[in-house]
Write a protein that binds this ligand. Structure first.
Ligand SMILES: Cc1cc2nc3c(=O)[nH]c(=O)nc-3n(C[C@H](O)[C@H](O)[C@H](O)COP(=O)(O)O)c2cc1C
Length: 252
């Protein structure tokens, strides 16, 4: 194939992707709605019509003294933390950076192939001021938490994570999980790659946000999927991809 033909083929593929992505933005807003059942089912006070209690998170604040360049430069994996709790505002800002809604059309902080939004983000909390230890599902559209279960599950997650102490020591363990079908329905097997890339985008956003908040975080990929699912109470269709312990760095 000549260079000119290659260029035409590449541009056609790019245009096709952009076209489906553009379509998907609208469709994703709808499909996201039907997937979570949240938008139509949510009452004005944030309580879904099906009775699930939602805990609103403080609104994200787009300010801060740390530049993006500084956050990128300073970020390191931090695995040792103090016992000082996080605030609910800090937890909200971490979750918003990972998957928060950042446009009126429902687009999120991290890019998503075709706007299919396969990720579900959970916070397994132990030391967050004003929040009982438990597992919470983040609802991006409402910027709110839904209680999945009560109690500190860090020990179970640590065991699932081959005994890595950072998982047991973080004030909160963020779990990034995925529903592959949301993306593979549109892109076939290649969607699996897209889901993994998206998890990386979300995790990096969260890690950089942790830096801006003076927090430490580490992206953990070594764990038993089944054990994480059991410890956190994830639904059968969700695959855990990352555990990200976050806390105040020890010695600060
Ligand atoms: C996909 C992935 C999986 C990882 N899994 C673990 C893990 O299971 N445990 C851990 O302590 N660090 C884990 N890390 C963090 C790396 O060890 C760390 O990023 C690397 O040593 C570079 O150091 P830095 O993050 O401080 O730049 C993982 C990183 C990536 C990208």
């Amino acid at each position: 194939m000549g260079r000119a033909t290659c260029l035409v083929v590449a541009m056609s593929v790019a245009l096709l992707f952009a076209a489906t992505t553009g379509l998907a933005c609208d469709e994703a807003t709808d499909s996201q709605t039907s997937l979570t059942g949240m938008t139509e089912a949510t009452a004005d006070d944030g309580t879904p019509a099906d009775g699930r209690a939602m805990i609103p998170l403080p609104a994200p604040q787009p300010d801060g003294p740390v530049s993006l360049e500084e956050a990128i430069r300073v970020r390191r994996s931090v695995r040792e933390y103090s016992d000082e709790p996080l605030t609910l505002t800090e937890l909200g800002r971490l979750l918003w950076a990972a998957q928060g809604v950042t446009s009126d059309r429902g687009a999120r902080a991290a890019p998503s192939a075709g706007g299919t939004y396969p990720l579900e983000v959970y916070a397994a909390t132990a030391m967050v001021t004003g929040l009982r230890p438990g597992v919470y599902r983040y609802h991006p559209r409402e910027h709110a938490l839904e209680t999945v279960s009560g109690g500190d599950v860090r020990a179970g997650l640590m065991e699932a994570g081959l005994g890595q102490a950072c998982i047991g020591d973080g004030a909160v363990d963020i779990i990034v999980a995925a529903v592959y079908e949301r993306t593979t329905e549109r892109y076939g097997d290649r969607g699996i790659r897209y889901v993994h890339l998206e998890a990386g985008h979300a995790a990096q956003n969260l890690c950089l946000q942790a830096v801006t908040l003076g927090l430490g975080a580490v992206t953990v990929g070594a764990f038993s999927d089944e054990q994480v699912r059991a410890a956190a109470g994830l639904p059968a269709g969700e695959q855990p991809l990352y555990i990200i312990p976050v806390g105040r760095p020890a010695g600060y």
